[in-house]
Design a protein around this ligand. Structure first.
Ligand SMILES: [Zn+2]
Length: 269
């Protein structure tokens, strides 16, 4: 029986490896957008209904403006690199929610939330772009679907080869992968490698969108100061140490500017 399960897992693994244009890596992903996005969209709407969405303020407008610029930069990059249509199922949405939690997230398919609690740290529109680029990068690199796939492999083990995953099971896997069973509706932290990937991709996208990538390291310096000696804010509860992250972002900023230059962007705000 064990061999049988292993054979199925290997078969699914081969069948489900997709190369992501942003990372160039072939990763395990059983979940096509057509399955993940409808669940994400429903969860997002429910989250907005149950939380205090800020509308009509200059801050709420800024979140939307930055989101649109980042989304448009992603699209330009994909078109230029031979992946037109990659975003066709995305339904971008950018909302500010009144909540003192220091956090922001992006669900699959481009559904973004910023909490007002992160604004004292982002400080400027460029600071918002750092966070927006990072969150959008998680979505573009399919990090959530990869985590769901890892969870599904465990389930296959648990149900002894029953690969006909039913809808309720699929929903459970989704909820677990996104931490949506919790009252906060906050996504679980990503792995260290996914965080590092999102930092690198996000930096390039923000630069193409015309935001100064040098500001990324500064944002993380402010985040580090905010963390102080106490428990870190949710947003940095994951593994790359702040110093590693700051060093990486500083080292990658020149490459991000070069990438932006390919799109005719040579001055940054
Ligand atoms: Zn992240």
């Amino acid at each position: 029986m064990k061999k049988f399960i292993l054979a199925i897992a290997i078969f699914l693994g081969i069948a489900a490896c997709k190369t992501n244009p942003f990372t160039g890596k072939s990763t395990l992903n059983f979940y096509p957008n057509s399955q993940v996005f409808p669940m994400a969209f429903a969860q997002y709407d429910q989250f907005l209904n149950e939380n205090n969405v800020v509308t009509g303020t200059s801050e709420a407008e800024m979140i939307k403006r930055v989101g649109q610029r980042i989304a448009s930069a992603s699209e330009r990059w994909l078109n230029a690199n031979g992946h037109p249509g990659y975003l066709k199922d995305y339904k971008w949405e950018y909302n500010l929610v009144k909540d003192e939690t220091v956090n922001a997230w992006c669900m699959p398919g481009g559904k973004i939330v910023f909490y007002t609690g992160i604004l004292p740290i982002t400080q400027t529109e460029t600071g918002v772009a750092v966070v927006m680029g990072h969150e959008v990068a998680h979505a573009l690199a399919d990090h959530g679907a990869q985590r769901m796939s890892a969870g599904m492999l465990q389930q296959i083990g648990a149900v002894a080869g029953n690969v006909a995953i039913q809808d309720p099971q699929k929903r459970n896997t989704f909820n677990q992968a996104y931490g949506l069973g919790s009252t906060l509706g906050v996504m679980l932290p990503f792995s260290r490698s996914h965080e590092t990937e999102a930092d690198r991709i996000g930096l390039q996208i923000m630069a193409i969108a015309g935001y100064n990538p040098d500001e990324a390291a500064n944002l993380w310096r402010r985040m580090k100061a905010k963390a102080g000696g106490q428990a870190p804010p949710e947003f940095l509860s994951t593994h790359p140490s702040n110093d590693t992250r700051i060093n990486n972002l500083t080292a990658w900023a020149p490459a991000a500017k070069q990438e932006a230059a390919k799109f005719g962007v040579t001055s940054f705000k």
